[in-house]
Write a protein that binds this ligand. Structure first.
Ligand code: PAF
Length: 271
């Protein structure tokens, strides 16, 4: 597995490969969710590349940038074992200079739900993803559905900026008890981990309620709140795939999202 730290060198390398490239951008602290993206990228392309970069511009002041889990050595080993062909490990200085152009997330879809609680977060995500995709030369890039709003905005950006890359949506990977895999799960102590299960339970309860024929979002939310009563819930939202809020479930075109706080840790999940 080749390792690159210089964007210029990595870009020249990928440009001259003459192979189809599948790309998995990450912030590291790799877990089974990431590994499922890597597996799929390997299956669908000649060459698989991964980036690990804790992107400072997507963290708001006071968020967990400095304590975000960093495990470069273990992550590199995991990538090597998974058969990743090349790893890109840039520094913030390599990726950014002072006072440079950046991407602005759309006013509505980029500034509600996650974007409302974390204003400017998606500007940072879109800017770094634009940079990483340009450096990678990938024909396909793989993102998890757990960060559903991020995924939608990245898809919209690549479409509206006429970028030559396909964004591949990959299913959420869950722990046995239901908790969606996330690098931030390491912040949870045993008690919080137990409590966090009510997030996925509430989403499964919503699925079951819809399965039983209930399409009214307020009523479904009521069922979810029963599961979530012990948690500090930030939002429960019902949206269609364009991320417009809905009052009635549109079958095969709806997403239900939850964000909740457990102590200092924020968790998000959706179905
Ligand atoms: O989902 C993530 O891990 C990050 O937001 C991403 C897409 C790698 C950009 O930093």
């Amino acid at each position: 597995m080749k390792i690159f730290k210089s964007a210029e060198e990595f870009k020249n390398y990928t440009k001259n490969l003459g192979k189809s490239i599948g790309f998995v951008p990450t912030m590291g602290a790799l877990h089974e969710g990431h590994m499922s993206l890597i597996k799929r990228a390997k299956e669908e392309n000649d060459f698989c590349i991964v980036s690990i970069f804790v992107n400072p511009t997507q963290f708001l002041p006071g968020e967990d940038l400095s304590k975000y889990p960093r495990r470069l050595e273990a992550d590199s080993k995991l990538c090597e074992l998974a058969g990743v062909d090349a790893l890109f490990l840039p520094t913030p200085e390599e990726m950014y200079e002072e006072d440079e152009p950046s991407i602005k997330a759309p006013n509505r879809a980029g500034y509600f739900l996650e974007g409302f609680v974390r204003p400017g977060h998606f500007d940072g995500v879109l800017t770094v993803v634009m940079k990483l995709l340009n450096i990678s030369g990938a024909s396909k890039a793989y993102f998890g559905q757990k960060d559903a709003q991020q995924l939608l905005l990245i898809k919209q950006m690549t479409k509206r900026y006429f970028m030559d890359v396909e964004i591949v949506e990959c299913q959420i990977v869950r722990e046995k008890e239901g908790l969606a895999m996330s690098s931030r799960n390491v912040y949870l102590d045993n008690e919080q981990k137990k409590a966090s299960l009510s997030i996925s339970k509430s989403l499964f309860a919503a699925g079951a309620t819809i399965g039983a024929g209930e399409l009214d979002c307020k009523k479904i939310e009521g069922k979810m709140r029963e599961e979530l009563k012990e948690l500090d819930v930030e939002y429960i939202a019902f949206c269609n795939r364009q991320f417009k809020e809905i009052e009635k479930i549109e079958l095969k075109n709806s997403i239900i999202l939850v964000a909740a706080r457990l102590g200092a840790t924020r968790l998000i999940d959706n179905i």
